[in-house]
Design a protein around this ligand. Structure first.
Ligand code: DGL
Length: 283
């Protein structure tokens, strides 16, 4: 009898969703990688659209936000959490990981790993929010892999509002990118980490400005791979196939639900039926 109960409990845990969060739409670039690499997994996504951007806020504030979001995600019985935000990964992952009883991963370490493996001349650029660049976290992980690397970081704070505004291909975004990326172009990097989950959405603009000789690294792909390995290790992979209609995905935001939904529908493989508004300060 207890064996049957245990088996039932185990399969319920495996079928539980993965919590994914970001300050806004950026984390959708990670969510869509998880959808494509692990189609059986359910996802509960939270975008903190009332408090975006995170990149200019202090570490204490980001830790407070991350704790609130994790408390919310736990009400959805998530089996694991992905911090699909570089700023929150850099500032809060270590703190919240120590407090949590389920697995949690961020995006910085996987991004650094793939960049260190990609570079040929040892010169790596990192673009991200002020918080991510000032935290020095990418450099730390890159130097751990190879102390001979040269790492050039550049904060690009205007990119996040431009993406949230959906000015993805706008000439203004191209102009801003030219200003931000000019010093990186001069530093002869051969690899550039898109160190903010919003940036893959303006990948073509970054590519146009930085040129074809630089390999762009999107940590989202590697993060989904790392998540898969972690779930396998913890025996948490969901083996039950999902309906192929996106019904296994739930979306929550702290503001502007319709705007979020429209954006999400333009980049995800499924149309989102609803995006629910919650008051994150309640958690
Ligand atoms: N997309 C997030 C990141 O990867 C947050 C950007 C922001 O809110 O400033 O850093």
């Amino acid at each position: 009898m207890s064996l049957i109960v245990n088996e039932l409990e185990e399969s319920m845990i495996k079928e539980a969703p993965i919590g994914v969060f970001d300050s806004g739409v950026g984390g959708l670039t990670v969510a869509r990688e998880i959808m494509s690499q692990m189609p059986n997994e359910r996802i509960v996504y939270f975008g903190d659209t009332a408090r975006v951007p995170y990149g200019s806020k202090s570490q204490n504030t980001i830790i407070r936000y991350a704790r609130q979001i994790i408390r919310f995600l736990k009400t959805k019985q998530v089996k694991a959490i992905v911090i699909a935000c570089n700023t929150a990964s850099a500032y809060a992952l270590d703190t919240v990981e120590a407090e949590l009883d389920i697995p949690i991963i961020g995006v910085v370490k996987p991004g650094a790993k793939v960049a260190a493996e990609t570079t040929r001349n040892g010169k790596i650029g990192v673009i991200g929010t002020e918080g991510t660049i000032n935290s020095g976290m990418y450099s730390e992980f890159l130097y751990l892999r190879n102390s001979e690397l040269t790492v050039v970081g550049k904060a690009c704070p205007l990119f996040v509002p431009l993406v949230e505004e959906n000015w993805i291909k706008d000439s203004v975004t191209v102009e801003v990118a030219k200003r931000y990326l000019s010093e990186l172009k001069e530093s002869e990097i051969d690899t550039l980490i898109l160190g903010c989950t919003h940036y893959p959405l303006i990948r073509s603009t970054v590519r146009q400005v930085i040129g074809d000789g630089v390999t762009l690294v999107n940590p989202a792909y590697e993060t989904a791979l790392e998540l898969k390995e972690l779930l396998e290790k913890k025996k948490l992979i969901n083996t039950k196939p999902q309906k192929n209609d996106g019904s296994g995905y739930e979306f929550y935001v702290s503001d502007a639900a319709d705007k979020f939904k429209q954006f999400a529908n333009s980049i995800l493989p499924y149309d989102i039926a609803t995006t629910k508004l919650i008051n994150i300060e309640d958690f």
